[in-house]
Structure formats: C-alpha cells, structure tokens
Design a protein around this ligand. Sequence first.
Ligand code: ATP
Ligand code: MG
Length: 591
Amino acid sequence: MSQIYTLEKKEQNQSIPSNSKGSLRGFFSYIKDDKTKLIIVIGFIFINSAANTISPFLISKAIDKYIAVGNINGLLNIIYILAGVAAITVITGYMQGMLIGRISQRTLYRLKEALFAKLQSLPIAFFNQNKAGDLMSRINNDTDKINQFLSQWIGQFVGVMFSLIGIIGFSLYLNWKLSLVMMSMVVFIYLVTQFFSSTIRKKNRENLEVNSDFASSLQENLTNFKVVAAYGKREYLENHLDKTNNATFKSALSSGFANRVFEPTYEFFGAIALILVLSYGFHLVSIGDATVGMVIAFVAYTQRFYDPMKTLATAFGAIQLATAAWVRLQDIFSLENNLRTDSIGGDKTGKPKLRLELKNVSFSYDDKKMIIENANLSFEPGKTYALVGPTGGGKSTLANIMAHLHDPTEGYVYLNGKDMITYSQEETAREISVILQDPILFTGTVAENILYANTDFKDMNIADLNRILEHKGFKDVIKRFENGLETQVKQNGAGLSIGQKQLISFMRAILREPKLLILDEATANIDTITEAVLNKTLEALPPETTKIIIAHRLNTIKEADEIMFVNGRHVTPAGSYDAAIEMIKGAKRSS
Ligand SMILES: Nc1ncnc2c1ncn2[C@@H]1O[C@H](COP(=O)(O)OP(=O)(O)OP(=O)(O)O)[C@@H](O)[C@H]1O
Ligand SMILES: [Mg+2]
C-alpha cells in the first residue's frame, strides 16, 4: 500500500506529545560533537553565577565585621575582592556568550544538514503531498526558534539554575529562617506556572502553524504570480494574503501575550517576598537573632532570587517555542521512505529476456482513486514502445512507476528480471533515465545541469563535455543556448524556454546511456528540425537500449515497435500505428 506523507496538522487543542522529552534527547544528539565546548561553557557559567551570588554575602560580612567596628583595612580588602569578583563576572560572561554563539551556529548547521538529507531521501509522493512553503517554514522558521533557544536561552537557563542553587546555599548558611521566608512565594509561582503552561504550549504550536500557512500561501502565490497577473487576480491575492497575514498577527499577539503572562506575576510575588523578608528580618534583628548586615544581604538575595525567575519565565517561553518547533521538525524526521529497497537476493547482472515487466500493477495517489488498474506489460531490450492516450489518462503516472519514482500500490515491477524493490535508488538511476514532462533544473550552468548526478562524468570540464556531446550528435542542440554549455540557468530554469529546458534534460538522459530510457513528452516543445536531430541521437544509443516514448504528436511514435494505449485506469496494447490511431479517435468520440 502506498503511504500518506502529509505533515498533518496536529489538532489545535492537542498538547505536545508526552514523548517530547524523548524526542528532545534526539535533539541533544546534534550538540554532542561540541560536548567539550559545552562543558567549558558550563564551567564559565558556573564561575559567573558563583561570582554573582557571593557579593551579597561579602557585603553582609563587610557590614557586620568591619563597618560596625570601623575597621577600614578590612573594609578595603572586601572592596578589592568585590572588584575582582566583578571583573570575573564580566570576563566569564563574555566568554560564555562567545562560545555559546559558536555552538549554536554549528548545531543549527548540523540540524539543517540532517533535514536536507532526510528530505532528499523521501520519495516523490512526499513532495506531491506537501506544500513547499510549509517545508521552507519548517526548515527556516522552526530551526530559527531552536537557534534562539540555544544561543540566547540555554546559557541564561543554566546560569539562573546555578545562581538559584548558590543563593539558596548562602542564604541557608546565613539564616535558615529568613531563607524559608524568602523562598515561601515559590509555591505560588509554581502553581501559577502549572496553571498556564498547557495554554502557552498550545498557543506556541498554533503560532508556528499559522506562520507556516502564511509561508505556504506566500510561496504558492509568488510561484504562480504569472497566472495571478494574467487573470487580473492581484486583488484576490492581496485579500488572500491579507487574511493569512491577519491570522499570523493575531496568533503572534496571543502567543506573545501568553509567553509574557509570567513576568508580572513573578514580579508581584517577588515584591511580596521582599516585604516579608524585611518585616521578619527586622523582627529577628530586634530580638537579636539576626544582624543588620544579614538583613541587607537578604534584601539583595531576595531580588537575585526572584529576578532570575522572570528570566526563567522568559526562557520557559523560549523553551516552549523551541520544543514546539522541534516537534514539527520531528514530523519530517519520522517520515520513512516507503520505496521498498529491501533485498531479496539474487544478482542483477546477466542478460535479461525482458528489460521491464509490469505484473498486475495498480496505482493510486491517495488510496481512493485508481489511476492504473491491473496493468500487465512487457518491454524487451532494444525495442521502442510508445504510450499514447488522452490527457490525464495516466501516462506520466505509469512512466513514474516504471522509473521507480513511485512504487505500485499493488503488483510488481521487474527490471532486468529482478523485482524493482531490490534496487536502491542509485542503482535504478544508473539503469533508467527519464525525461520528465516538466523538466527540473537547478541553478548553475547548462553543463552542470547535464552532469547532474552523473557519477561517471561528475568532474568533467566543459571542453571535454562539449566534445563528448558533439560526438553524440548534439552539436546543433548546444547552439540553441546563447553561451553554449556555459549558459547560466536561473532558479527553476527561469530565462530558458520550455524547449531549451527539454533539450538540457534530453542531453542529461542520453549522456548516461541508460538501459531503459523513458521520454515523457520530451520533444513536445521542440521545433521539428531539432527534433530530427534528437531522434538521431536516440538511434545512436546502444542497440539493447529500451525506449519508452510518451507523446501526443503522433508522428513521434511512428517508429515504435509497439504502441500502448493508456486511458481511464486501463493500459491496452494497441498493436500497430494505425490501430492506435483508431483507438484514440474512439476515445475522443466517447468522451
Ligand atoms: N501528484 C498527483 N496526485 C494526485 N493525483 C494525480 C497526481 N498526478 C496526477 N494525478 C492524477 O492522475 C491522473 C493521471 O495523470 P497523469 O499525469 O499520469 O496523466 P497523463 O496521461 O500523463 O496526462 P498528460 O497527457 O496531460 O500528460 C490524472 O487524473 C491526475 O489528476
Ligand atoms: Mg503526462
């Protein structure tokens, strides 16, 4: 059965799955390589926090021991120590920031690399089912959230943790009763945090999804801008974008609000704690259970205890955002390529009787509507076959199955006598070349596009490539490009005519000398003179090459040994050229 690859939206009210901790562990595997740097950073953070927490303790000692008795030298010593502590704080703070920046950039790089590798491994079905914009948003936006978390928050988070431990330690050492009073408000903070956190998680996930929608919609409309302009639908586009943009804005507001709700709450409880510490502290001083220096230190500690709670709250928001983003990236990582390549043994060499064989092949894109039903077809080495049939009949789909770009939903495809599923994608690519109906080109030169994924010729220079292509009969074809093989191809092949794109794709396929060549409307947009040149290059291929040609222009298929008619789920051998013409006429009449 074919697999559904949609990156489904999680139910809006669904919180992050409980295994998100487990998947976060997966995330830390991307930082693993920087472990030493990470340990050094934690060391700096530790020193930094220690330096931060020790000052109130020193001040309390200065007040009680030296100021109270007028010991100037002792006081000066404490001031020197305090200055040293301040210097350490500045230096370690700087070092930690710099190192964390490096670690997060490298982690982000590794993460994106893994994402691209994953995307490359997925079958065409995945890209049919998902919008490019949504993918881009996941790759850019979601990884950015993770980067922010790493570069800004992880350090602060660890720092705050160390500081809190330090403060608790020093304050307990100074006076445990005052300590307990100082920390009493934590209970309330915990309750409030618990109360809001699931809402916040939900809002954050919603926000990322709405952002993705906006990116998809933008991408779709920009890619299709020609159509939008041709139909005078700019207004529609504006309204549409306006709507999604509005949704993005609202969701950002509400997620921003949710993330900020903690700050004032913590401030409030911090203030209450300070009042309690002061009242109880002076009470203790009056009964001789505490010193003035101690109470002053506690005022500083209370502030240093509740201020980082605010940082924690903000960090908590960033962690929530990063977790939501990570869960969305996990959606991609957890997809598995269902193009089965499991080996059932047997060697793939030897002279096959049949180049390609389809046995009881059925195919559906969505498991609902059948596009091909129970096709049984054989293709012999060295013969030329033609697939004809009405638009939307299923020719390209069949070609994709033959090229192992889709697995059949049911049935088997044998290549050189072996089940196609036992071939890896690289192996299939070596045996089969396919010229797709709408050629896919990459930014770069024409030469680079011709050599794309050609392992035999990958380091070839332009002069040599030129020579080989001319030898194969492409001399006049290369002239169709302004700067020959050095002509620049822009994004998505912009700046080239459809015919020129087909020529590149044609040269790319022929150069590989495949055993099986599939041409899906490969010459539909090429002038008849150039087409004749291309036909010559096809004839020059090794005699055992099997060619499968899909064409609407009937003169293209006159030379075919066998013609097959593809229409409404069924593939019927049509025999000769004349019989095929009759079948096409019949189909036109009945539709
Ligand atoms: N990615 C896809 N997802 C879902 N359905 C698809 C997809 N691609 C094609 N189809 C459907 O499959 C059917 C066959 O399409 P296909 O592209 O194979 O036809 P075709 O014979 O090559 O047509 P044409 O002559 O226009 O190139 C069509 O009804 C189309 O709607
Ligand atoms: Mg087609």
